[in-house]
Design a protein around this ligand. Structure first.
Ligand code: FRU
Length: 515
């Protein structure tokens, strides 16, 4: 390795950024908004994937994301950018990074933010180069790069080039998505690696000055030999109600196979809780658990807010084939920001940050409702962007399934969010969806939750998606749902048995300002 950092500009960055802005603007000019989110972060046009560079810096929250400005399919990764003073109303910022260095010529891939000892906002990210040939059509070279913010609003970034080269003999191409933090006076970086033996690993580097990094060890290797890469790894401490500190590793596992209700998506994002002492490997004390049980959740990233909260955004990945929104000039949105906490049950809970409640603009309290067997009750005639708080009384209900049909249109299509008493789970069932991928997903409830006889559901219904938080975020499901034309009703439904709700509230939600 030569000088650190190593930088080889090959294109004029400002010119590349201008082309990218023009690409997005072209899509935005003719965008169809039927499914475009009102309260989720998305690009004006083009494709987005992973949240990147999450941070709070000099009075504003920043969310960057992977962006393809020239297509509604994945490709040519740039970094898009939005920011907010309150995590409620967002401002669209200029595109932050386009490929312009040899080290990142085929993509400015995912990465994270860290505020250095000198107060400078730094971004560590992966530069991707295609080296495909006839023998290995997937061969590539990935290295870790550094950029810093030039201004208080992180609008203009300065690229500094490569800080970690790839030891290619030890790596099967995948070597990406750095996450940086400080513990005990030392800066650490971990990222995902596919080892020469095609095992999914997280490697650990250390630094004193955030520029020169030394390899320390393999922090973690996934025990499942099918898992060949851990994308977008995350690593942070959490403290439980008993005051005990645990460390959490998060990652998006490529290669994991579906079994039962688990790992139903093409790749699956989850976590393990365990312990870590600097200078050692991470020791898992839990099995792998999903962050989110929905059809469309991947590549989350978290960061520590100044008040100590650990806040996570995920990407609602389309996964299955083409996504209908691609015809509309855009593709992909992020989830709501979720606070990660360690509950008394020893598991992580993720629920929307408290700021999200400020989106409410008018509420209706429908109180307790009883439905006879196989009854349907329209609770909203036309919901574009709403939050529903629903308490189902399991003890008083005999229904096999009960819940809400959302995005219910006159052609009888809908997406069903229900408690399924045979499974003892909360499901999102898209078998009657107007378009897009179908199938159902099912989040578990513990024996302790089921024995309470009530479950609380909090649903966030946007124009083309649904997020369901179960019992204060003990489980979550996030899925796209594309309604057909006309009014989008919400119907309370019981199947084969009576259904009792103890409470039902509906809140209209206002736009976050990015439409
Ligand atoms: C995850 C991912 C990352 C990579 C980025 C490229 O979705 O594949 O590993 O950095 O997307 O867009």
């Amino acid at each position: 390795m030569g000088l650190v950092p190593t930088i080889t500009p090959i294109l004029d960055h400002d010119a590349e950024l201008a082309k990218a802005e023009a690409g997005v603007a072209q899509f935005a000019a003719s965008r169809n908004d039927r499914w475009y989110p009102k309260f989720h972060i998305a690009s004006d046009g083009g494709w987005i994937n992973d949240p990147n560079g999450l941070c709070y810096y000099r009075g504003r929250w920043h969310v960057f994301y992977q962006l393809h400005p020239f297509d509604t399919q994945w490709g040519q990764c740039h970094w898009g950018h939005v920011s907010s003073a309150d995590m409620v109303t967002w401002r669209r910022e200029p595109i932050a990074m386009a490929p312009s260095l040899e080290e990142e010529k085929d993509g400015v891939y995912s990465g994270s933010a860290a505020i250095g000892d000198d107060g400078t906002l730094r971004f560590y990210y992966t530069g991707h180069r295609n080296l495909a040939d006839a023998i290995d059509p997937k061969r590539s070279l990935e290295v870790q790069l550094l950029a810093t913010a030039q201004d208080d609003d992180a609008i203009r970034l300065t690229k500094h080039g490569m800080v970690i080269d790839c030891p290619r003999a030890e790596v099967d191409s995948d070597f990406r998505d750095p996450k940086v933090w400080k513990t005990g006076g030392i800066w650490y970086m971990t990222f995902g690696v596919s080892s020469a033996h095609k095992r999914g690993q997280m490697w650990l580097y250390t630094s004193q000055d955030m520029i020169e990094w030394s390899f320390e060890r393999v922090l973690f290797e996934h025990p499942d030999p099918d898992v060949f890469m851990l994308e977008c790894p995350d690593f942070f401490p959490v403290t439980g109600p008993d005051g005990e500190e645990k460390w959490v590793i998060g990652f998006s596992a490529m290669g994991s196979k579906p079994h039962g209700f688990m790992n139903r998506n093409a790749s699956n994002a989850g976590y393990m809780i365990g312990s870590w002492t600097p200078g050692e490997v991470f020791r898992p004390e839990s099995e792998f658990r999903l962050w989110d049980w929905g059809h469309n959740f991947y590549a989350p990233q978290s960061f520590t807010a100044p008040d100590g909260r650990q806040i996570m955004y995920g990407w609602m990945s389309p996964f299955a084939g083409s996504a209908p929104m691609q015809e509309d000039g855009w593709c992909g949105q992020l989830t709501l920001p979720r606070e990660i906490t360690l509950g008394a049950d020893g598991d992580l809970h993720t629920s929307p940050v408290k700021e999200v409640s400020a989106l409410r603009a008018g509420s209706a309290d429908l109180g307790a409702i009883e439905l006879q067997a196989n009854e349907e009750h329209i609770i909203v005639d036309d919901a574009e962007a709403v939050e529903v708080e629903l308490t189902l009384n399991l003890a008083r209900s005999t229904a096999e399934r009960m819940g809400l049909k959302i995005h219910a249109t006159n052609d009888d299509s809908y997406t069903y969010v229900a408690y399924d008493d045979q499974l003892g789970r909360v499901v999102i069932d898209r078998q009657a969806a107007a378009c897009g991928d179908r199938g159902y997903r099912a989040a578990p409830l513990s024996d302790e939750e089921l024995s309470k006889g009530v479950i609380d559901l909090r649903l966030f219904i946007d124009r083309g998606s649904i997020e369901v938080y179960v019992n204060g975020g003990r489980q979550v499901l996030s899925s796209y749902s594309y309604p057909s034309e006309g009014p989008r009703a919400i119907k309370l439904t019981s199947e084969s048995g009576v259904a009792h709700t103890d409470a039902l509230k509906i809140h209209q939600l206002r736009s976050i300002g990015l439409e």
